[in-house]
Design a binder for this molecule. Structure first.
Ligand code: FE
Ligand code: CA
Length: 526
C-alpha cells in the first residue's frame, strides 16, 4: 500500500474496488477476490510482463497518471495473464537513477481492466520532472520520465509539445517518433486514430495487423497491444506525459455517436463501442474519472500549462449528429447549414464556452480531431465541395463557435487538428468563404504519423486548393507531426516530416515553420 499518502491511497483503493465490483457484476466469468490477491507478492513470471512498456499522462500541478499493463503474451487472450487480480507496486523519484524516491505504493491490476494500472500520484512539486517504474513479483518495468504542470497562476517562459495523430501500423513505420523523442518536449498531444480497426492485410504496406476487423473487447485489446509493442511508440510514451483524445478509428471509421457509416443495428453498434472505449481507457494514461460507463466515456477535459496555455481537449465523435448528405463531399447546402447539426453536443458545447470565458491564459487551444477550416476541395470553381465528416458538415455550430470566440475576445485562440493525413495552416474566420472578414483564430492541422504511407510534398491539387481557399496558408502531403514552441510572445509551429516511412531509419526534418505573434491570429512563414 502507499508508503507516503496512506489514507488517501486507501480510500482510492476502496473506490476502485467498487468500480471493479460493478465490472465483475457485468462479467460473471471473473470473480473478484481482492483479499486473495493482497499479499500475493510471490508471483513469478516466466517471461517479462512489462512488454507494453510504461506511459504517463494528464499532468496537473501536483499530480500525474502513471500507466502500465501486464501482458507477458500481449497478442494472446488476456495478454497471457491469469484471470485474477495481481498487485503491482510503483515508485516515483526525483532523479533518473530512482534513488530519491518521493512516493510509492501498490495497486491491483485486475482482469476486468485488462491488467492495466492507472496510478494517480499526487502531492508532487509543480513544474518539474520525475522518473517512475513498476514492479510485479520479480519483474521490474523500464523507467519512464514524466513531469508536472506549472502552478496555475504562474506565467511560464515556454512550453514545447508535439502534436501527432493517425498512426496506421500497416501503412508506415513510426520513424518520426525517433525524432520526437529527441525534441525535448514537455508534452505530447495525440489527436486520434491511435489504432486502426481494419483486418490484417487491408492496408498492408510495411507490416500486418493481427487478426480480423476488431469487434470484441479482446480484439481491441490485442490491437492496442500490437501497436504499443512498437519500440519507437513505447519510447516516446516513456519520454514525457501524453494528453490523448480519440477520433473515429479507435472504434470504427467515420462513426457519429451511435451511428455507423454502414447499416448496423445501433444496439449492436453500441456494444461494440463499449468494447472500443474500454480498451482505449485501459491502454491510455487517463484518470479514473474518465473510466467508461457502459458505452459512454467522458474524454473531453482541460489541461493547463500555468497562464501560458489553456488546452481544451475535445471529443468530436461521441456526441455528434450523423454526417449530412450521406457523408459524401457536398456543397454547403441546407443539410450542412442546418442548426440541428451538432459536432460537440449540447453539454460539451456549453462546457467549451464556459471554459473559454473563464480562461485567463495567454493562448487558448482547442485540441481536437477534424478540420475546422472551411476548405473547398473541388477543382471546379462553380461547384464547391466540402467534407461532411469535418466541421463543414456542422457549419452552423462552427460559425457560432468562432463568433463566440470573436465576441468574447478570447485571447489568442489556436485550433490543433488531426484526422486528414495532411499538413495545413489555416486562418479561421466566422465564415471562411468571406475573405474580407477578419481572421479570428489559427488552425494547425498535423499530418498523419504513418497513415497513407509516403505522401507528396506538393499534393496534386495544391495550386487549385490554395487559389480556391485564401484561408489556407500551407498545405503539404508528407508524413510526420507538428512540434510547437510557445512563449507568451509567440507560437512557433515546426512541420516535421519524414523522408520515408516505408523503410527503417527514416529521417525527420523541418519542412516549414509558422509563427503567430500574440495578439494577431495571423500565421506567417518563419
Ligand atoms: Fe486517420
Ligand atoms: Ca480519422
Amino acid at each position: 500500500m502507499a508508503m507516503r499518502h496512506n489514507a488517501k491511497s486507501t480510500s482510492r483503493l476502496e473506490w476502485s474496488r467498487r468500480q471493479f465490483l460493478a465490472f465483475s457484476a457485468a462479467m460473471p466469468t471473473f470473480v473478484l477476490s481482492a483479499q486473495h490477491a493482497f499479499g500475493d507478492e510471490g508471483i513469478s513470471f516466466p517471461t517479462n510482463p512489462f512488454t507494453l512498456g510504461v506511459a504517463s499522462g494528464d499532468p496537473e500541478q501536483h499530480s500525474v497518471v502513471l500507466w502500465t499493463r501486464l501482458a507477458p503474451s500481449p497478442l494472446e487472450l488476456h495478454g497471457g495473464m491469469p484471470a485474477r487480480p495481481v498487485p503491482v507496486s510503483w515508485e516515483i523519484a526525483a532523479d533518473e537513477s530512482m534513488r530519491a524516491v518521493v512516493s510509492a505504493g501498490s495497486q491491483l491490476a485486475t482482469p476486468q481492466l485488462g491488467h492495466s494500472v492507472h496510478v494517480e500520484v499526487d502531492q508532487l512539486e509543480p513544474d518539474r520532472w520525475y522518473w517512475y517504474r513498476f514492479r510485479c513479483g520479480d519483474a521490474v518495468s523500464p523507467i519512464g520520465r514524466t513531469r508536472t504542470m506549472p502552478r496555475p497562476q504562474s506565467l511560464p517562459e515556454r512550453v514545447r509539445f508535439g502534436v501527432t495523430s493517425c498512426q496506421n501500423y500497416e501503412q508506415g513505420l513510426f520513424s518520426a517518433y525517433e525524432q520526437m523523442a529527441r525534441d525535448e518536449l514537455d508534452l505530447v498531444f495525440h489527436l486520434g486514430d491511435y489504432i486502426y480497426e481494419h483486418e490484417a492485410g487491408r492496408d498492408g504496406q510495411v507490416r500486418t495487423h493481427h487478426g480480423k476487423e476488431i469487434v470484441s473487447l479482446t480484439d481491441y485489446r490485442i490491437r492496442y497491444a500490437q501497436y504499443r509493442l512498437d519500440p519507437l511508440l513505447q519510447q516516446i510514451h516513456a519520454q514525457c506525459p501524453w494528453v490523448v483524445t480519440w477520433d473515429d478509428h479507435e472504434f470504427d471509421n467515420n462513426y457519429a455517436g451511435a451511428v455507423s457509416e454502414e447499416d448496423v443495428d445501433p444496439v449492436e453498434f453500441l456494444v461494440r463501442r463499449a468494447n472500443a472505449y474500454q480498451a482505449y481507457y485501459e491502454m491510455m494514461p487517463l484518470r479514473l474519472r474518465n473510466m467508461p460507463r457502459d458505452s459512454d466515456m467522458r474524454l473531453y477535459r482541460t489541461s493547463s500549462f500555468g497562464q501560458l496555455a489553456e488546452f481544451l481537449v475535445l471529443d468530436t465523435r461521441q456526441y455528434r449528429s450523423d454526417q449530412p448528405n450521406g457523408d459524401h463531399a457536398s456543397p454547403l447546402n441546407d443539410a450542412a447549414l442546418s442548426p440541428q447539426q451538432t459536432m460537440l453536443g449540447t453539454k460539451q458545447k456549453g462546457w467549451v464556452c464556459r471554459n473559454l470565458i473563464r480562461s485567463t491564459a495567454t493562448w487558448n487551444v482547442l485540441a481536437q480531431q477534424v478540420m475546422m477550416g472551411m476548405v473547398n476541395r473541388s477543382e471546379d470553381p462553380g461547384n464547391p465541395s466540402y467534407s461532411m465528416d469535418q466541421w463543414p458538415g456542422y457549419v452552423h455550430e462552427r460559425m457560432r463557435l468562432i463568433e463566440f470566440i470573436r465576441d468574447r475576445q478570447i485571447s489568442n485562440p489556436v485550433v490543433l487538428t488531426g484526422d486528414i493525413h495532411s499538413n495545413w495552416v489555416n486562418e479561421l474566420r466566422v465564415d471562411d468563404r468571406r475573405h474580407d472578414e477578419p481572421t479570428i483564430a489559427t488552425e494547425f492541422v498535423a499530418t498523419s504519423l504513418s497513415s497513407g504511407g509516403n505522401g507528396p510534398q506538393r499534393p496534386a491539387n495544391l495550386d487549385a486548393t490554395l487559389s480556391a481557399n485564401p484561408c489556407v496558408k500551407f498545405h503539404n502531403g508528407e508524413r510526420g507531426y507538428i512540434r510547437c514552441d510557445v512563449t507568451p510572445q509567440k507560437w512557433r509551429a515546426d512541420y516535421m516530416v519524414v523522408d520515408d516511412v516505408l523503410k527503417p531509419g527514416g529521417q525527420t526534418f523541418t519542412r516549414a515553420s509558422f509563427v503567430v505573434e500574440s495578439g494577431t491570429a495571423r500565421a506567417n512563414l518563419a
